[in-house]
Design a protein around this ligand. Structure first.
Ligand code: PXP
Length: 249
């Protein structure tokens, strides 16, 4: 059964729209935990567009589940991670102009530097996950980097039209299988919603799904605690039958 990591970046996005003190992601992390979050995820971006350094410092003190820090593989972020010591770091690619994380890491192209960074973070007692596409060559590089987890990029699946979604889902299943065969533990995330999450949650060996935007959007209607608990129910007990494909014209 997969667990649920709740990404609260967009609580901070609302706060930063006015550069004020509310809503405070620290308060909302607690509500997410009360709703059943198994972990809290924040992305400290180089441009600090949503989460701020103070948020990560306070979350380290208040989160009682697991704190997962998403960050770019830079010297600045490495120093922050080693000072704050989240339970997990998920390394992601980052481009200033992007609206959100766009693609997976190219671990194969930077294997040596990844090995160094992964080793230093792990020596600091931090679990390391690498956000990658479900591409066997990248997964092999992840295993060679020494990281113990991968987070499979579900953006392609989430953005696909109904006719391509089964193929994208098969790609994720295959990626999860390859990753596990290489001894890696498997998380996934990006673009998952209440409508599309179940087939991904049902993938054999899926450990954790990291979900943010759709939960924060739903929270506007029902509150964060309820929004998390609704998502948790889907992640823990996904329907097994296909949601799309066979009955379509
Ligand atoms: N996983 C990673 C690596 C991400 O970068 C993001 C977006 O910050 C998510 C999961 C969550 O994506 P979403 O907000 O679309 O649920």
């Amino acid at each position: 059964m997969a667990s649920l990591g709740v990404n609260i970046d967009h609580i901070a996005t609302v706060r930063q729209a006015r550069r004020t003190v509310e809503p405070d992601p620290v308060t909302y992390a607690l509500l997410a935990e009360l709703g059943g979050a198994d972990g809290i995820t924040v992305h400290l971006r180089e441009d600090r567009r949503h989460i701020q350094d103070r948020d990560v410092e306070l979350l380290r003190q208040t989160v009682r589940s697991r704190l997962n820090l998403e960050m770019a593989a830079t010297a600045e972020m490495e120093a922050i991670a080693l000072a704050i010591r989240p339970d997990m770091v998920t390394l992601v690619p980052e481009r200033r102009q992007e609206v959100t994380t766009e693609g997976g890491l190219n671990v194969a192209a930077q294997l040596q530097s990844m090995q160094g960074l992964v080793g230093r973070l792990q020596d600091g007692g931090i679990g390391v996950s690498l956000f990658v596409d479900a591409d066997p060559a990248q997964l092999e590089a992840c295993a060679a980097s020494g990281a113990r987890w991968v987070e499979l990029h579900t953006g392609g699946y989430a953005e696909a039209g109904w006719s391509d979604q089964p193929r994208q889902l098969a790609r994720l299943c295959e990626g999860a299988f390859v990753a596990r065969s290489l001894g890696l533990r498997v998380n996934a995330g990006h673009g998952l919603t209440y409508q599309n999450v179940e087939p991904v949650a049902a993938i054999e060996g899926m450990e954790e799904l990291n979900i943010g935007h759709t939960i924060v959007a739903r929270a506007l209607a029902v509150g964060l605690q309820q929004a998390v608990s609704e998502m948790k129910a889907l992640v823990q007990n996904p329907r097994r039958e296909p949601l799309f494909g066979s009955s379509q014209p």
